[in-house]
Write a protein that binds this ligand. Structure first.
Ligand SMILES: Nc1ncnc2c1ncn2[C@@H]1O[C@H](COP(=O)(O)OP(=O)(O)OP(=O)(O)O)[C@@H](O)[C@H]1O
Length: 524
């Protein structure tokens, strides 16, 4: 997987350079994106997106404002309740929240929508559909921490650059969002002790930290932002302000607060619930390392049908909650955004908010784009069913250990090749050389239907036989047991890695010693 990412990155950078010569002017670009109903070739679409993000970072914002001005009265009510959200009228009179961002998202239009399911009108949103929540078994952490926290009203309170007027939340909102004190409940950074690095993505680094007053472990994500880059900061504020309003749910990672301190460093810090088994991509990597060591057979995947059923159920439930309650579409379902804990809970996360903003477009497409649905790549109207497609790809990856559109030594020849594959080649399927149940096969096939209208909906999949087959208390117990086992395997892997590192260091030292002994001393 790492190799694949590296390859794509390299190819993509090449592509990026090649495309520069063809870039159209910003004015033309805007016209293009507004006339997006026409089916376009992938290259054209890609170029449009690249151009939009690279050459005119305000384009999407401006479009956002324009759309907002067309809101009708009922939608305005909703906008008032969530002042930082851009609310757009849906074709069927259903409004959606758009987590506005300068992302790679292809353009889509309200007027062009003819889908039966509500869909997001997404000309400028990114993949950050996340929400604060807690679970039944985990006490609402925000409340749990409130007893020890005091409001941030100190010299570090952030001073944000002004937002564009029509989208501007009030100063209080901004401050609340980034200080996390919207309901007087938040974690103070000085009460955290850093424990160790968990991982790093395109946008930042995630570490494990101890909240000393109540001994709670939290995940702390640090996103570096360009100094005084008001666009990025404002964008993050808008997104986080939506995130913080999402009520607790068992399948969404809890958001504890966000901080920005421009006086000390240019970083946005996001605090969230810690998942002790980590993300699915991490579990997959641990599995692969055991296979490499020869202690686990590559014929026996860790992701059996029961775990796939439970993971799918958790993901679908989380997506359903976000959409039903908040009209939020996640848009970035992939193994690293699905977290598991040893209580057997599946949680959606994506705090990679700023990756589309901070990094180059080349980085943007690495990793994320590969899970994008054909309609999204082509710039068509994008609905929640795009997440269903991503779920299908993710399941294939989990059971086979390979990303379906580029695994098995068939690495795509650059990003265009990959996107062409997604759009033009037959739908990804579970491999034929292995036996899978008819329930699992059918579930994956329904997710990976290229025509979005024919693809199953979240609700249909929640009632699919694959989910129902394992919806019993005893299967829940089995899954919890699996999660605990995974946690111990992760620990074992960590120890083995540490031992291997120590051994390598020792060997290196011994090697250097013997070289020195064998080298004649020429100084005399
Ligand atoms: N709340 C959390 N609890 C435990 N581990 C986490 C948590 N959040 C993130 N991680 C781990 O940290 C890693 C890095 O996360 P991050 O969101 O920065 O990037 P990513 O999702 O891997 O990639 P990208 O930035 O492209 O979305 C994840 O892959 C995951 O393994």
């Amino acid at each position: 997987m790492f190799q694949r990412k590296t390859l794509q990155r390299r190819n993509l950078k090449g592509l990026n350079l090649n495309l520069q010569a063809d870039l159209v002017s910003n004015g033309e670009m805007q016209e293009k994106t507004e006339a997006h109903q026409r089916p376009s070739r992938i290259e054209g679409q890609l170029m449009s997106n690249i151009n939009a993000v690279q050459n005119n970072s305000n384009l999407y914002l401006r479009r956002g404002i324009k759309k907002k001005l067309t809101l009708d009265a009922s939608v305005n009510e909703q906008a008032e309740r969530q002042p930082n959200a851009v609310v757009i009228q849906q074709p069927q009179n259903e409004s959606v929240l758009v987590l506005a961002s300068l992302s790679q998202s292809p353009c889509a239009s309200a007027s062009s929508s003819s889908l039966s399911t509500p869909c997001i009108i997404d000309a400028y949103s990114n993949n950050f559909g996340l929400s604060p929540s807690s679970t039944n078994s985990t006490p609402s952490t925000i409340q749990g921490l409130s007893t020890v926290a005091t409001p941030i009203e100190n010299e570090h309170s952030m001073l944000l650059p002004p937002l564009e007027e029509s989208l501007s939340p009030t100063t209080a909102d901004l401050k609340d969002t980034l200080s996390g004190n919207s309901s007087d409940n938040y974690i103070q950074l000085q009460d955290l002790v850093q424990l160790g690095k968990i991982g790093a993505g395109n946008s930042g680094t995630v570490v494990k930290a101890l909240h000393v007053p109540d001994s709670k472990i939290v995940a702390k994500k640090t996103i570096p932002v360009e100094q005084n880059n008001s666009t990025i900061i404002n964008q993050l504020v808008r997104e986080l302000s939506i995130v913080k309003n999402v009520k607790p749910h068992e399948n969404i990672i809890t958001f504890y607060g966000a901080y920005y301190n421009q006086h000390i460093n240019n970083e946005i810090i996001i605090l969230m619930e810690y998942s002790d088994c980590g993300s699915l991509d991490k579990i997959l990597s641990v599995y692969k390392r055991f296979v490499q060591r020869g202690t686990v057979s590559n014929k026996k995947t860790w992701f059996n049908e029961l775990t796939i059923s439970k993971i799918s159920h958790g993901v679908l439930n989380g997506l359903d909650h976000l959409y039903r309650q908040y009209k939020i579409i996640h848009r970035d379902i992939k193994p690293s955004n699905v977290l598991i804990n040893s209580k057997g809970q599946i949680k959606l996360c994506d705090f990679g908010v700023s990756k589309k903003l901070v990094n180059s477009i080349a980085d943007t497409f690495v990793g994320t784009s590969t899970y994008m649905s054909p309609e999204r790549i082509q710039g068509n109207v994008y609905s929640i069913k795009g997440d269903v497609w991503s779920l299908g790809l993710m399941i294939i990856e989990l059971v086979t250990g390979e990303f379906p559109l580029g695994g098995h030594n068939d690495t795509p020849d650059g990003i265009l090749d990959l996107l062409q594959r997604i759009v033009n080649e037959p739908s990804p399927r579970l491999p034929k050389d292995r036996v899978f149940s008819k329930e699992l096969t059918d579930f994956v096939n329904r997710c990976c239907i290229k025509n979005e209208r024919e693809r199953s909906s979240i609700n249909e999949l929640l009632h699919h036989d694959l989910i129902l087959k394992y919806a019993t208390a005893s299967k829940d117990d089995k899954f919890r047991h699996w999660c605990k086992k995974i946690k111990s395997k992760i620990k074992e892997d960590k120890n083995l890695k540490r031992e291997a590192l120590e051994r390598a260091k020792l060997e290196k030292r011994q090697c250097e010693k013997s070289t020195n002994l064998n080298t004649p001393n020429t100084s005399t």
